[in-house]
Design a protein around this ligand. Sequence first.
Ligand code: UTP
Length: 289
Amino acid sequence: MKVTKAVIPAAGFGTRFLPATKSVPKEMLPIVDKPTIQYIVEEAASAGIKDLLIITSRGKDAIVNHFDKAYELEAVLERDGKDEMLRAVREVSDKTNIHFTRQREQKGLGHAVLCAKSFVGNEPFAVMLGDDVVVSEKPCIGQLTEQYERYGATVLGVQRVGMEHVSKYGIVDCENVEGRMYALKGMVEKPKKEDAPSDIAVLGRYVITPAIFDCLERTPKGAGGEIQLTDALVMLSEYEKIYAYDFVGKRYDIGSKQGFLRATVDFALAREDLKDEFSEYLREIVKTM
Ligand code: UTP
């Protein structure tokens, strides 16, 4: 079965970016000139995903506005012949059908995904976290949907993060099946270094079977008093096989300040219109350090 739907949970408080996130959703912070959530939507579109559900919360209307039509702005850009800008504004929402729902209380990522139950219905679906932006030749979520189509089972996007970073992630215990594919044996959320089964972390991309909703409904509060998607996936693994796929691509942890800064520099250096002047500036800074 083809995966045609994706859920983007974007209802979290984004406390690591306060005070900016007091009134601006974390997902709207730009990397160069594009809000981070738009990179995620573009990744989904280029993987052939037709319908997207963005889970928002109070104070996040800027996300809804960003994907809406901007008649007045478009009219002015058209009148002034600013074709390139007009194209940039229009293409935001042209590529997929984008739907929205609100998570009324921030009870955790698992609870946010549960808010997508009626949108998803009885189909496999992708989950893409706005905290992780992945640069790759083949879209990261497309690599996972391809594996879903081969194996017909839930696939988690993973990469090695180094033992010193395991306490920030869901960490998997798994064994290699073939190439980049692993069979899941267990999973723990944010373990201490000494308790971690490996340094292989789940990094914000999943393709999940609809049986997860039944598990989420039965998942009690876990780490941080929140309903954790990791706990529901562990429950799901008792009934269905789950795989982990070591996806190809460079991933940025946009939810952290370091990751956000790195992405900003790398994305700017990858832009033809910015790289010469900006790299010259960086060279000057390095000289004075
Ligand atoms: P994070 O743990 O990064 O939380 O959530 P956060 O609130 O966004 O950021 P910090 O840690 O306070 O800085 C991981 C993902 O789950 C979503 C977030 O929007 C993010 O994409 N999430 C989390 C929800 O949608 N709802 C929740 O209740 C919690």
